[in-house]
Design a protein around this ligand. Structure first.
Ligand SMILES: NC(=O)c1ccc[n+]([C@@H]2O[C@H](COP(=O)([O-])OP(=O)(O)OC[C@H]3O[C@@H](n4cnc5c(N)ncnc54)[C@H](O)[C@@H]3O)[C@@H](O)[C@H]2O)c1
Length: 248
């Protein structure tokens, strides 16, 4: 049973793409959503779509890599609602380059947003979840964090870091009623993947046994499962959402 109605979620990077689809899927199940994004227009647009479902939304501009910004953002959510039940760490970026051509700022920005941003939000929100002895944290990693990818050593390292971080947090917080899991999407149709060449898209498609690229809604369905009662005995896991691209 999807028993999440009336609860509150923070979804980072929900101004577009997978994050927006997660926000809307949860809203359709009656969850009120704090829509966090560095892009305020995207966040406002997602809130207007959330409100069309009948759930409530709050748009928050925040750079997840900035811990002071994150602390302020979480305190605004707690002014809005007394409890945060679900945290979905989804915001992420790519700055692709081969190792020998990689600029230090490409390395640092990807680690700071994807890994430190996940750390910043998880630390700030689970502090409050601990007091309530309930929480669900879902981190959006990537299959690239499991298998690596030429041209993405920064991104792969950040997402592998997110996976190790998730498992450690899951062990620390399990005794307090908080679960933490990661989802590893494969190739999902969003702005992040739209910029890839036709040749690369074609070769990726050939590696997907289900024969199609994923949708944000495919990822959102797993989030809903993990935060609901259906997923309550699952923690510290990585669930691939990739059409069978990576099988372990
Ligand atoms: N699209 C894919 O195929 C794919 C595959 C595997 C994993 N992922 C992961 O899924 C997540 C979402 O990806 P997407 O494809 O929807 O990307 P996207 O680029 O379409 O959306 C990312 C969102 O995050 C926001 N964002 C970026 N930096 C931010 C920051 N510092 N603070 C706050 N918000 C910030 C952006 O403004 C944007 O709204 C990312 O973590 C990505 O790594 C995507």
């Amino acid at each position: 049973m999807i028993d999440v109605k009336g609860k509150v979620a923070i979804v980072t990077g929900a101004g577009q793409g997978i994050g927006r689809d997660i926000a809307l899927s949860l809203a359709e199940s009656g969850v009120d959503i704090a829509v966090v994004d560095v892009n305020p227009e995207g966040a406002a647009k997602t809130v207007s779509l959330v409100e069309k479902t009948g759930a409530e939304g709050l748009a928050l501009q925040c750079d997840i890599a900035d811990s002071a910004n994150v602390a302020e953002c979480v305190s605004r959510v707690l002014d809005w609602r007394e409890q945060v039940h679900f945290l979905i760490n989804n915001a992420g970026i790519t700055r692709d380059n081969l190792l020998l051509r990689m600029k230090d700022d490409q390395w640092e920005s990807v680690i700071e947003v994807n890994l430190t941003g996940t750390y910043n939000f998880t630390k700030a929100v689970t502090k409050h979840m601990l007091k309530k002895r309930f929480g669900r944290v879902v981190n959006i990693a990537s299959v690239i964090g499991l298998i690596g990818n030429a041209g993405q050593c920064n991104y792969a390292a950040s997402k592998a870091g997110v996976i190790g971080f998730t498992k450690s947090v899951a062990r620390e917080l399990a005794p307090r009623g908080i679960t933490a899991n990661a989802i590893a999407p494969g190739f999902i149709e969003t702005a992040m993947t739209a910029k890839l060449s036709d040749n690369l898209r074609e070769s990726m498609l050939n590696q997907i046994p289900l024969g199609r690229f994923g949708l944000g809604r495919d990822v959102a369905g797993i989030v809903l499962f993990l935060i609901s009662g259906l997923g309550s005995y699952i923690t510290g896991q990585v669930i691939n959402c990739d059409g069978g691209m990576v099988m372990s």
